[in-house]
Design a protein around this ligand. Structure first.
Ligand code: MN
Length: 287
């Protein structure tokens, strides 16, 4: 059976288009925050998506000096540029063009993310994936994936799919996770192509277009826009089509349906756990 054809007739649609908010973080890195705040509940298990894209070093050169995290995972996907990671658990890595860095903060990590370039383009994404309550205080974990080690496949139509997390058309991604079952795909559609993938209807899902324009069930999503996919019972897939060369990320996951209490870089289930995180951090228990 041709899965693509089955999915095609039952595509999820676009519920809402999100522009994101221009902001800065770290030591003044300019970025666009497309997922935060109220969308955390709608897009559970995802807590944040930051997009950075600039060829002006003033926008990124200071990077993100030492800062803590607890209770979730950070996934940084670098399209262009060089960024050095160091953390208090002893991990270090240089993230380069097309590479992914996956860090489980768990019970607590202090890390820095500093550019190793003085000019040129820095472009990519940082996604925050929540941890289920029973994993929030897990041991910190870290992996770097160089671009050439990220699993990929190309469809008959010539659509290239990089599988950063989860499993797509039988291709297992760089990282898989139980409980939240994240799917993270980078999809390159040449002009005039279409791409379909299975996507459980209960998984919260969104796309972010970073080149070109994609059409989903008759709705266009332009470059630099997020499109939240609707959840419709029994609609178990999504079909994307492009009339020009288009690139986007598709991110989906199974909601945790647990309370989310965030205080800056700490994301826990209760206010009490946030107080504990602050106490542990201030008394040096993260290092
Ligand atoms: Mn960080």
């Amino acid at each position: 059976m041709n899965t693509d054809t089955v999915v095609k007739n039952y595509t999820r649609g676009i519920e809402r288009i999100v522009d994101g908010i221009a902001t800065s973080d770290g030591a003044g890195v300019k970025l666009t925050r497309v997922l935060s705040g109220k969308l955390q509940k709608r897009l559970d298990p995802f807590l944040m998506l930051d997009v950075f894209s600039s060829d002006n070093p003033d926008d990124y050169i200071a990077g993100f000096p030492d800062h803590p995290h607890r209770g979730f995972e950070t996934v940084t996907y670098m399209l262009a540029g060089h960024m050095r990671h160091r953390d208090s658990a002893g991990h270090e890595g240089l993230l380069k063009n097309g590479g992914v860095q996956w860090m489980t903060a768990g019970r607590g990590v202090i890390h820095s993310e500093i550019p190793e370039q003085v000019d040129g383009l820095m472009e990519g994404f940082q996604l925050w994936l929540n941890l289920p309550a029973q994993r929030k205080l897990a041991e910190p974990w870290y992996r770097d994936f160089a671009s050439e080690t990220i699993p990929e496949y190309v469809t008959r139509e010539g659509v290239k799919v990089r599988v950063i997390a989860g499993c797509s058309n039988g291709v297992e991604g760089a990282v898989t996770r139980e409980v939240s079952e994240p799917l993270y795909l980078d999809i390159h559609l040449p002009a005039g192509t279409e791409y379909s993938t299975a996507l459980p209807s209960t998984h919260n899902a969104f796309i972010y277009v970073y080149r070109g324009t994609v059409t989903v069930n008759g709705v266009q999503v332009a470059s630099r826009r997020m499109g939240i996919l609707n959840n419709t019972p029994a609609v178990e897939g999504v079909t994307l089509s492009a009339t020009e060369d288009t690139r986007l990320i598709l991110i989906a996951g199974k909601p945790l349906n647990e309370p989310i209490v965030q205080y800056g870089p700490f994301v826990m289930n209760t206010q009490q756990e946030i107080h504990q995180a602050l106490h542990d951090y201030n008394s040096g228990h993260f290092a």
